[in-house]
Write a protein of this length. Structure first.
Length: 433
């Protein structure tokens, strides 16, 4: 299958070719014709599958059919909702890249920066708005945006928007849109909540599912380095240095932990910067730009801040700490191995995290290979300590439905709160598998 067989106009095929894409990814091959035909679409696709181009290209094609001539007034005809500022900026970058020959205008709307420049940009006239729900509502309330001409609504990473508590904002936004419109919903997983949201909103949607639910992208090599709690930092520095890793995304569980680790790496002469929700938008943008252009080697991130980050050919993702929610593991490692490229994801796991690890293995339906690094053998006598919930951490999320075939998650105490069994600890300290 080639891009020019999908029914896209030449201007878009050319832009895609200029990006160096040779053929459409699976989600693109399925979603593009369906969206071009005007259908509502409900697609399960993780980041890294090429889903952004999957909805952006046909969206641009449809809008381009009756784009106003230069100088003519423009109305907002497409709205793309995303969960985070970073993702908003990235989606707009894709809109700009793919639409560079299409003669359409787009802008972003998100919080953490002044309203005024956004209002000015909206007043000058745009065809496409990419927005986070909260700031968009501010504009709606202040009547600084007119959404009455919307033809297409895209909900990108809808599962994460629900997780982040945006459901009410989303419903309020949708209430202001024309009933007659095309709606496209993209989500990493189809949970009951997503299906409920979709039911009232999508009209007889075409359902597309390209990757198995909660299945880690297959081009990613994954393994676990068992290590003592206090040995993680030194092990990480050694792995980065010995492997001569140039671009590493490292996940911590907490904002404070992200800051601390970035500072400690700097002490080890490894350039690092942290990105998390307590940083200003300017600081987040700068950190990401520095990392993308290779000015810093390590970007230390929390889950929310890293959601949706698209960094080309990111070769290494490290879980410095395992996430509390097993599904976040899938999202984290999805930062590498994008669009079919190879990537490596490794997790530094200490005895406190064995329950989290087995929860992750159940969700992804596979056991992760253990590789003990010489010099960092975990002490079999190290006693597990409870993993405390951070102050200000988001409320616990509802559990996602299990992938077919995976064993039922354990009921009772939350993962990570208890003592791992003697057997599990022995196997963990015992070495490679
Ligand atoms: P996404 O899943 O939308 O975040 O896209 C993941 C990455 O895949 C991005 O860096 C895109 O530039 C890249 N990409 C999208 N479509 C293709 C394609 N057809 N061929 C190669 N790379 C692509």
């Amino acid at each position: 299958m080639q891009f020019d067989q999908l029914g896209l106009p030449e201007s878009l095929v050319r832009a895609v070719r200029e990006q160096g894409y040779t053929e459409p990814t699976a989600i693109q091959a399925e979603a593009i014709p369906a969206i071009l035909a005007g259908h509502d679409v409900m697609a399960a696709a993780q980041t890294g599958t090429g889903k952004t181009a999957g909805f952006t290209l046909p969206l641009l094609a449809r809008l381009g059919e009756n784009a106003p001539a230069n100088g003519r007034p423009r109305a907002v005809r497409a709205l793309i909702l995303t969960p985070t500022r970073e993702l908003t900026a990235q989606v707009q970058e894709s809109v700009t890249t793919y639409g560079r020959h299409a003669g359409l205008k787009s802008t972003v709307v998100f919080g953490g920066v002044g309203m005024k420049p956004q209002i000015d940009r909206l007043r000058r006239g745009v065809d496409i708005v990419v927005a986070t729900p909260g700031r968009l509502l501010d504009h709606i309330r202040q009547r600084t945006i007119d959404l009455s001409k919307i033809e297409t609504l895209v909900l990108d990473e809808a599962d994460r928007m629900l997780d982040m508590g945006f459901i009410h904002d989303i419903r309020k936004v949708i209430a202001t849109l024309p009933k007659e419109r095309q709606t496209l919903l993209f989500s990493a997983t189809f949970s009951d909540e997503i299906s409920k949201l979709a039911m009232g909103m999508l009209n007889n949607p075409v359902r597309i599912e390209v990757a198995r639910r909660n299945t880690a992208v297959e081009t990613i090599r994954q393994h676990v380095h068992p290590v003592d709690r206090g040995g993680k930092r030194a092990l990480l520095s050694q792995l980065i240095r010995n492997g001569d890793w140039r671009q590493v995304l490292v996940f911590t569980r907490t904002k404070h932990g992200a800051d601390r680790l970035a500072k400690q790496l700097a002490v080890d002469d490894i350039t690092a910067t942290a990105i998390h929700g307590n940083k200003s938008q300017t600081a987040r943008t700068r950190a990401l730009a520095d990392f993308k252009k290779g000015a810093v080697r390590v970007l230390v991130a929390t889950d929310i801040a890293a959601r949706g980050l698209d960094i080309d050919q990111l070769p290494h993702v490290v879980n410095f700490e395992l996430p509390n929610v097993p599904e976040d593991y899938v999202h984290r490692i999805g930062r590498t191995g994008r669009a079919g490229r190879e990537g490596a994801a490794l997790s530094l796991v200490c005895v406190d995290e064995l329950k989290l690890l087995s929860g992750i293995e159940k969700v992804i339906g596979q056991d992760l290979e253990r590789q003990v690094v010489p010099g960092f053998e975990p002490d079999p006598n190290e006693r597990p300590q409870p993993i405390f919930k951070q102050r200000g951490a988001p409320p616990a999320r509802k559990r996602q439905p299990r992938p077919t075939g995976a064993a039922a998650p354990r009921r009772g105490k939350p993962a990570g709160s208890g003592q791992p069994s003697q057997r599990r600890r022995a196997a963990f300290a015992g070495g490679n598998r």
